[in-house]
Write a protein that binds this ligand. Structure first.
Ligand SMILES: Cc1cc2nc3c(=O)[nH]c(=O)nc-3n(C[C@H](O)[C@H](O)[C@H](O)COP(=O)(O)O)c2cc1C
Length: 186
């Protein structure tokens, strides 16, 4: 793993944000290098239990075929700037949720990918207005992060991919959650 330093301004930004944010190194198996308080609240995992690990551990063996089929080319291919997908995750206490996962690539001016930026949201326990609030927060996070990162020579790619039919996505996530909960004997 490289020891690419995390810009201090980025760290500060993560600490101040109210939504769940995570940062992984772009190389090796994308180990997490930074998660904020929002991430720890959402997942129940304290920072020290996830840093250095790949976020897939929150899937606890759920198949998540469609989501992972979208994530693989995003992480492999150079072109894709960002990605958004629902994915079944489990909190530390074993409670399942459908995570609406957002990811963007952070590059240096020479186009080298340095970090992957991510944000998580429990869409399976949401309502359209809560998702709209989260989207507004994530959108402004991406906008405000851009000049913060530029100071450290990092370019954040893509703007927020908004979801066309949020009501349908939430309804689908609730169904997926019901299935995941049955699988857990809840
Ligand atoms: C920064 C970052 C954050 C991620 N966050 C999550 C997450 O919250 N939940 C999740 O299930 N997967 C998350 N992933 C995706 C997994 O780490 C992994 O890439 C995905 O499961 C596909 O790889 P696999 O099929 O080898 O598991 C994240 C990836 C990165 C790079």
């Amino acid at each position: 793993m490289t020891s690419d330093p995390i810009p201090t301004l980025l760290r500060d930004y993560f600490e101040r944000s109210s939504i769940a944010l995570a940062l992984a190194h772009a190389d090796d198996d994308h180990p997490l290098v930074l998660v904020n308080a929002g991430f720890q609240r959402l997942t129940g995992y304290p920072s020290e239990e996830v840093i250095g690990r790949n976020c897939r551990m929150m899937q606890r063996g759920a198949e998540n075929r469609a989501a992972r089929d979208k994530i693989h080319p995003f992480l492999r291919q150079d072109q894709a700037a960002n990605l958004r997908t629902p994915i079944v995750n489990f909190r530390k206490n074993g409670t399942p949720f459908v995570n609406l996962l957002y990811m963007s690539k952070l590059r240096s001016p020479d186009r080298r990918i340095r970090f992957i930026f991510a944000s998580q949201f429990d869409i399976s326990r949401s309502q359209p207005d809560l998702l709209a609030d989260y989207d507004a927060e994530l959108g402004s996070t991406l906008t405000r992060l851009s000049p913060v990162l530029a100071e450290s020579g990092i370019i954040i790619e893509g703007s927020l991919l908004t979801i066309a039919n949020t009501a349908a996505l939430i309804a689908q996530a609730k169904l997926t959650l019901a299935e995941a909960s049955q699988g857990q004997g809840e």
